[in-house]
Design a protein around this ligand. Sequence first.
Ligand code: SAH
Ligand code: SF4
Length: 382
Amino acid sequence: MSANLLDFDLEGLAVFCEGLGEKRFRATQLFRWIHQRGVSDFDQMSDLAKSFREKLKASARIECPPVISRHESTDGTIKWLFDVGNGNAVEAVFIPEDDRGTLCVSSQAGCAVGCRFCSTGHQGFSRNLTTGEIVAQLWFAEHFLRQRLHSQERVISNVVMMGMGEPLQNYSALVPALRVMLDDHGYGLSRRRVTVSTSGMVRMMDRLGRDCPVALAVSLHAPNDELRDNLVPLNRKHGLADLLDACNRYLEHAPRDFITFEYCMLEGVNDQPEQARQLVDLLQHHGGRGVSCKVNLIPFNPFPQSGLTRSPHKQVLAFAKILSDAGIVTTVRKTRGDDIDAACGQLAGDVQDRTRVGVRIAQQRTVMLKQVPALAPGAKEN
Ligand code: SAH
Ligand code: SF4
């Protein structure tokens, strides 16, 4: 089987080229053709020796998963669905803004964490994406957009690993993909413009801090363990104290940075003023010195079977005000692309669930509504 060159970071490509008997700097040229020029046909790589191109044709390919569909929102958001085989499909979303273009990238077909408010979580888990499948989302979107805009310049300025999946549960494929994004010969994105979002895989956060300290977003969603145990099942293993300790250790690798805490606003579940005050206390006093952070409140994006509702806008603003009055920089995320189901937590390509997580969540839901009083008021049965 030939190698998919999208699977390699520059170092990996250099090793591959050496295996073909070529000098390392040839790998840099090849890498630039692939990522900066978006070329997948070796014959078009005009400054590579013919003999090298022939070797590449015999042993390598540049393969992007087939695009099943493209949806465009009235607000300019674009969502692509990629076929990753065996009935699985994953999504990537481009979100244009005045000063940036952000691509939201998937890391897994499905997700095994099973958060209650997330439609990917409800679908269960099929498999990890390969490095090539992660990189391909950026490769395809970037060159599609450049062509459409007749631009030689970079269109995507930021990447957020906030599509389908828990990126830190696919660590070994994630890190080379991040390196391709950061590489000056690849996409040249600065460390702060690439964000990994995690539901709180504590050990993997430590590894990422050492290996590739990009910007980190942590999905918090609750100010205490009792509630977080129910919303983010991972919390039962690593509670909030462990998680916030890990955040502070992460910041040691990137001292001028901050953690972005994501908090999905669920009506009657986690949006009460006393919960905002509890959150302030947690973030400002944990371990004596608190955590250097920003908070991003995400209005819940409903999907069928969630049994949850979005907090009223007024409630979100009141919650935000308590945080900002206490000195925590707080933003409310604008919902983008919801007319094409491209908003946070609505990404739900197609997943052949091999874990029955989806079934488990559905079964647990009734139990949880009874167990946790805080979940009951906003949770509407449909
Ligand atoms: N697995 C990672 C990254 C993907 S989810 C994580 O959980 O961080 C990206 C963000 O969208 C997370 O903060 C997640 O909690 C949030 N999210 C999930 N479902 C949502 C929904 N239905 N509405 C709003 N935000 C949601
Ligand atoms: Fe997985 Fe993130 Fe969705 Fe939780 S919110 S189920 S971790 S994708």
